[in-house]
Design a protein around this ligand. Structure first.
Ligand code: SF4
Ligand code: SF3
Length: 545
């Protein structure tokens, strides 16, 4: 195996024996083979699209396939074998349809579009198609950046699709980019351009998901979220999928079973449509990486709707259910009913037999500062900036993780001058959302927009402020970017911000292992990307910007 897609890549180079995330070498290899073959499938689907054939099934299949390979989403070897077989089957089907419709496939010559194998040969082939086989390190770096960004793009696209929102332009670009990354003779300039275009499509996907979420469930509102517990048995729901959230709330209503969110599902508490459920109690615990303790003390069953799943301990394994792109051998999957909706009856029955959660915290946290809320407070915010009450904003969006070095973000938030405000989104917030950082004239000093995809909200806010202050450049705003990353959704968020012209983003706790020295240099020279050092020096550096 060779995997270098997340912030925890071994020695900041790549995992080669087993993932720090717990991913086994065979699963990692099968993921590489799946990505390879999805690129071959994309080549034919591109032709099918050009011929105006119905590509929807394959569009969704490719999207979900990419999503399953995101860090901490799916560890199920047998699931990947099935998915690879299905890719080969679909590749054949699309190819035949294209030929039947008079399409020309003579230009599709890459091995990814022709290789045929069986389960016995998958692993051997997989070892030949990983990133470590791209010889030129800059090409490898830029192709990695694109593939990882595409995985993040796929995740957001799938959530929007689950709510009935799709855009052909997103699927079309996703597949074009997958095909383009098969060509390792592309120049660095071409690959940089591909990544920039990916950023543009990333903005579109986040905007689409924002539309899907807010049209379906209303605009997030300022909300005080309970972090304590009640005495009823309960289900804990984690991940990012709001459609699953809705279905679970509906099906648990009146059952005597409460519902709590964990990690990235916390922002579900901010949506008006979910507030009407009395049995939706609040949020339990913290970011994904603390699940090995928090799932234990929760006592009831847990529903994982997306990443981030940590390989479960035996002590609570029989209480963890997976759905969507998530997989882990031996965990129960949520079945579908005949009408395609999810059937949560088994998890609800199990919950009824469990003890109520053990209280690990008490109190409330505040959130719901997505674009609609912040823009409704725009006058207040603008006045605070003009009067000097707010000197600077810090976008501290992104991911949390288990590395000790991430304590930096807690210390950074604590050490920021009192006339600064943190704008956050993603699970990075858990590093500082329970500190009492106070407010500035009623504006909390930590404004949580929501999930990592709601970084889109932060961009909308920045663009609006640019307009209000009549600036030509988004970088002239008093906003600094100190972003924590972990997995590939953060990669698409980063590419989206670069596309929007945001400069001087600092990324931590370490720079991605997949950036070669030359690619890192391009990012530094063109976009002012930097790493982090220590809290004091970084605050001085940001405040002087
Ligand atoms: Fe290693 Fe991260 Fe890949 Fe897991 S996802 S194998 S931790 S680089
Ligand atoms: Fe968190 Fe995985 Fe990235 Fe959605 S849940 S931000 S790490």
């Amino acid at each position: 195996m060779f995997c270098h897609q997340c912030q925890e890549a071994a020695k900041n180079t790549g995992c080669t024996k087993i993932g720090i995330c717990g991913k086994s070498s065979d699963v990692s290899n099968l993921q590489d083979l799946l990505i390879y073959l999805l690129r071959g499938l994309s080549a034919y689907n591109k032709e099918a699209r050009a011929l105006k054939l119905d590509t929807n099934e394959v569009d969704q299949f490719i999207t979900e396939g990419l999503f399953t390979t995101i860090t901490n989403a799916n560890f199920d070897k047998f699931g990947f074998i099935k998915r690879i077989n299905k890719t080969l089957e679909l590749r054949n089907k699309v190819k035949e349809e294209v030929v039947k419709a008079g399409g020309n496939i003579t230009g599709i010559t890459h091995d990814a579009a022709h290789w045929i194998g069986t389960e016995e040969t998958f692993e051997e082939k997989a070892r030949m198609v990983g990133f470590d086989h791209i010889e030129n390190e800059d090409v490898r770096s830029l192709i990695s950046l694109a593939i990882f960004g595409l995985k993040g793009l796929a995740a957001y696209t799938e959530h929007a699709f689950n709510l009935g929102y799709e855009e052909d332009e997103i699927y079309s670009f996703m597949q074009e980019a997958l095909v383009a990354t098969l060509d390792t003779s592309k120049s660095a300039e071409e690959l940089v351009a591909l990544n920039m275009k990916l950023g543009e499509i990333g903005v579109k996907a986040m905007a689409l998901l924002d539309k899907a979420n807010t049209t379906s469930y209303g605009h997030p509102e300022i909300t005080k979220v309970n972090i304590g517990v009640r005495s009823n048995p309960a289900i804990l729901i984690s991940g990012h999928d709001l459609k699953d959230m809705e279905e679970l709330l509906k099906q648990t209503e009146g059952s005597g079973v409460d519902v709590y969110t964990h990690s990235e599902m916390l922002p579900a508490n901010y949506y008006p449509a979910f507030k009407k459920y009395d049995h939706f109690v609040g949020n339990y615990g913290n970011a994904w990486w603390k699940q090995d303790q928090e799932f234990e003390s929760f006592n009831g069953p847990i529903l994982m709707t997306t990443n981030c799943l940590v390989p479960p301990k035996d002590s609570y394994k029989d209480r963890v259910y997976v759905t969507g792109a998530v997989g882990f051998t031996g965990l129960k999957e949520i079945p579908l009913r005949a009408d395609g909706t999810k059937d949560f009856s088994e998890i609800i029955q199990q919950a009824k037999k469990c003890q109520a959660p053990i209280e690990i915290e008490k109190g409330e946290i505040i959130g719901g500062f997505a674009h609609n809320t912040v823009l409704s407070l725009a006058d207040k915010v603008v006045d605070a900036v003009k009067s000097g009450a707010i000197k600077q904003f810090f976008v501290m969006a992104g991911c949390d993780g288990r590395m000790k070095s991430r304590d930096y973000y807690t210390e950074f938030a604590q050490a920021l001058p009192k006339d600064t405000v943190i704008l956050t989104a993603g699970c990075a917030k858990y590093k500082y959302n329970k500190l009492s950082l106070g407010d500035i004239g009623g504006i909390p000093r930590v404004l949580d927009a929501g999930q990592c995809n709601d970084s889109y909200s932060l961009a909308v806010i920045a663009l609006k402020l640019k307009e209000v202050f009549q600036l030509n450049d988004i970088n002239d705003l008093p906003i600094s970017y100190n972003i924590a990353w972990y997995e590939q959704k953060a990669v698409i968020v980063l590419l989206a911000l670069l596309y929007l012209g945001v400069k001087n983003i600092h990324l931590g706790p370490t720079l991605p292992a997949f950036l070669s020295p030359n690619v890192a240099k391009v990012l530094v020279e063109n976009f002012g990307i930097g790493g982090i050092t220590n809290v004091e020096d970084d605050i001085n550096m940001f405040m002087a910007q």
